[in-house]
Design a binder for this molecule. Structure first.
Ligand code: FES
Length: 180
């Protein structure tokens, strides 16, 4: 006598390798497509978020300052505006430079920031020391090239400079290499 229960057919086949692969394939495909579609709007946001960090501040930037023809061998003070980006905060700074040309016509631009403690120097502004830069804070003095003569430990910095279409353009401030 046979027992029906002995003749047991499994109601469901154990999951075969082929069936699992198909399921996995569908899951991966759908998951991948969803992730890809989700990244569409996210990527520009990520780029927006990190963009200011990836760009170094003002590097390689030059600002049009003054016509070359206005530069004389006597240092003159010129102001210009620099667009600054500090992370996501944009602002404008007004900078000044003392610009002159030498006897060969080469143009130089000095930073007015005193190398003692950071006050602002002026040209020919102390009757006792004519034809020098003088700092009113503690009496630092510099010659026409920016060489430190008293108080300050270093020469005045220079601006990177380029000439284009008859205009003087200024860039980053860098250590003065014209004087020792
Ligand atoms: S800051 Fe210029 S002399 Fe001190």
């Amino acid at each position: 006598m046979s027992n029906q229960n002995d003749h047991h057919e499994p109601s469901e086949k154990p999951p075969g390798r082929k069936e699992m692969s198909r399921r996995q394939f569908l899951a991966y495909t759908l998951g991948g497509a969803t992730a890809f579609m989700a990244m569409g709007p996210v990527l520009p946001m990520v780029r927006f978020a990190v963009d200011p960090i990836l760009h170094k501040k003002g590097e390689g930037e030059f600002i049009k300052v003054v016509e070359e023809s206005k530069i004389t061998d006597e240092p003159q003070e010129f102001s210009f505006e620099l667009q600054q980006q500090d992370g996501w905060y944009a602002s404008k700074a007004t900078l000044t430079a003392w610009i002159r040309k030498d006897e060969k016509g080469k143009i130089y631009a000095l930073s007015p920031i005193c190398k003692h403690l950071g006050c602002t120097v002026g040209w020919n502004n102390d009757k006792n020391f004519p034809d020098e830069y003088h700092c009113p804070c503690h009496g630092a003095r510099y010659n026409k090239l920016g060489k430190n003569l008293a108080v300050a430990p270093k020469p005045l910095d220079t601006y990177k400079l380029k000439l284009q279409d008859g205009w003087v353009y200024l860039g980053q401030v860098e250590p003065n290499t014209e004087v020792k």
